[in-house]
Write a protein that binds this ligand. Structure first.
Ligand code: ADP
Ligand code: MG
Length: 238
């Protein structure tokens, strides 16, 4: 099958009367990591939420494998194979790592043992912690649990909202490496990030959003080399 896995095509959307996204275009092809960067309040999280059916899209379309899913309710979006890791509160802190993963498989309860084994292969650090409460883990390991939980279903695409926010450089590096491993396992990824340099260094392509509109797009390398982008986002940050 050719064509994008996920397509956000010229959407206008917002909360209540207020329009936040003005003609946003983003797509994710098979085998791609796509990064969305931009200043605080640019509409990055809102763009992800528009895919999930969490806000009203006034015009434009969302398509999954060419099929329109605009304004589909969130539970049906997830059942169709769009997996999402929110920025915060993305694990059940009082449940063990393994229980978290089992909760992630609510739309696909069959083949649980095989699925868990696949996740422990993709996230090796979690195997030894499987009986520990997720709330007792470090921030980086908790993000691993959240991603593994999201991948317990047959994900066609994984959406990540700032998975490295608040993490130390060491854990940030581990998360970006894990994101590459997820891509190599066959799941394309749309990632929203504040750590622009590392995100663009990891991504195949990227988009810069400013004030709810597309500002720049290109390969990760092209965006990293762009002076305007360097001035906006890459100064100061490692
Ligand atoms: N639930 C909400 N209700 C109303 N306005 C919101 C809501 N969430 C975000 N906004 C507004 O939408 C704009 C974009 O926010 P957001 O998508 O969270 O930006 P980013 O993720 O790029 O930092 C901001 O002006 C923010 O105040
Ligand atoms: Mg955000």
């Amino acid at each position: 099958m050719s064509g994008p896995i996920l397509e956000i095509d010229g959407i206008h959307a917002g909360y209540g009367e207020t329009e936040i996204l003005h003609d946003i275009n983003i797509h994710v092809d098979p085998n791609e990591i796509v990064a969305v960067i931009g200043p605080n309040g640019a509409g990055k999280s809102t763009a992800i939420k528009s895919v999930l059916g969490l806000l009203n899209i006034r015009s434009g379309a969302i398509r999954l494998n060419g099929e329109e899913i605009t304004n589909t309710p969130p539970d049906q979006v997830v059942t169709r194979g769009i997996s999402y890791v929110p920025q915060t509160q993305n694990v059940f802190v009082n449940l063990s790592v393994q229980e978290n993963l089992e909760m992630g498989a609510w739309t696909r309860p069959d083949g649980m043992a095989e699925r868990l084994e696949e996740m422990y292969a993709l996230f090796p650090d979690l195997r030894a912690k499987s009986r520990q409460a997720a709330g007792s883990l470090s921030g980086g390991q908790r993000q691993m649990v959240a991603m593994a939980k999201a991948l317990m279903v047959d994900a066609k695409v994984l959406l990540l909202d700032e998975p490295t926010a608040g993490l130390s450089p060491k854990y940030r590096g581990e998360i970006f490496q894990t994101i590459r491993n997820i891509k190599n396992s066959g799941v394309p990824i749309l990632i929203v990030e504040q750590n622009a340099k590392q995100a663009l260094g990891t991504a195949d392509r990227g988009y810069v959003l400013v004030d709810g509109a597309n500002r720049h797009t290109g390969t990760g390398e092209e965006l990293l080399a762009d002076r305007d982008i360097a001035r906006m986002f890459l100064g100061g940050r490692e």
